[in-house]
Design a protein around this ligand. Structure first.
Ligand SMILES: [Zn+2]
Ligand SMILES: [Zn+2]
Length: 215
């Protein structure tokens, strides 16, 4: 993966103009390499996960891999100065949260065999304005943004069924037999063509006044 990332960076000639240029994740990667640090070394000095550094360097602030506080520690370690543009981008990003529908009966929930006869449900993840109610586009239930077990926010870098912090299933539900699972999967398949996180760009039909006004 890292070879591809390097190619992507090399393909953007505008980014290489000036030593300090480019979006923050490019500058972090360049500064880290210039300092001779591995992602792991940078992560432990800044008190963050190596996987978060890796995700941030590849996908930037929009990945939600690093909080604003973590980012400023990373910048401190590297001697990087955060610009006004960085702050504006971080403020914009922090107004967005990953929502999920907690109902296992929801048509958007993706059931699968989690092993030993247990059915797990991967929720549809929707990125939308934080702090505003968002109703599930599939069933109308009020969506959540935090793990029901430990309260950790849903990380944008994980499109899974379980909280990476405590292992609690985001969606609790009944275990289905193989045949039931097949029937349900058959009904749901068309809804699942878009995997991962859906960006909330316009009001869903019938979602009413809780919808963000398309900022
Ligand atoms: Zn739902
Ligand atoms: Zn949790």
């Amino acid at each position: 993966m890292s070879a591809t990332d390097d190619n992507q960076e090399a393909r953007k000639p505008g980014e290489s103009m000036g030593a300090a240029g480019g979006p923050l994740h490019f500058r972090v990667r360049r500064a880290r390499r210039a300092a001779g640090l591995s992602q792991q070394e940078l992560a432990s000095r800044a008190g963050v996960q190596q996987s978060a550094v890796s995700t941030f360097e590849r996908h930037g602030m929009g990945s939600h891999a690093l909080s604003v506080e973590s980012l400023s520690r990373v910048a401190d370690v590297l001697g990087l100065e955060l610009t006004g543009e960085d702050a504006a981008a971080a403020a914009e990003i922090s107004r967005v949260a990953v929502h999920f529908c907690p109902l296992w009966e929801c048509p958007g929930a993706f059931p699968y065999d989690a092993g030993s006869g247990e059915t797990a449900y991967r929720p549809r993840l929707i990125r939308a304005v934080a702090g505003r109610p968002l109703y599930c586009p599939d069933c109308g239930e009020l969506c959540l943004t935090a793990c029901p077990g430990c309260g950790a926010p849903v990380p944008a870098s994980v499109a899974g069924a379980f909280c990476p912090e405590c292992g609690t299933a985001y969606v609790g539900g009944e275990s289905l037999t193989g045949a039931e699972l097949e029937v349900r999967l058959g009904r749901r398949r068309e809804l699942l063509s878009s995997s991962g996180i859906v960006d909330y760009e316009r009001p869903w039909p019938g979602s009413g006044s809780g919808a963000p006004d398309g900022a």
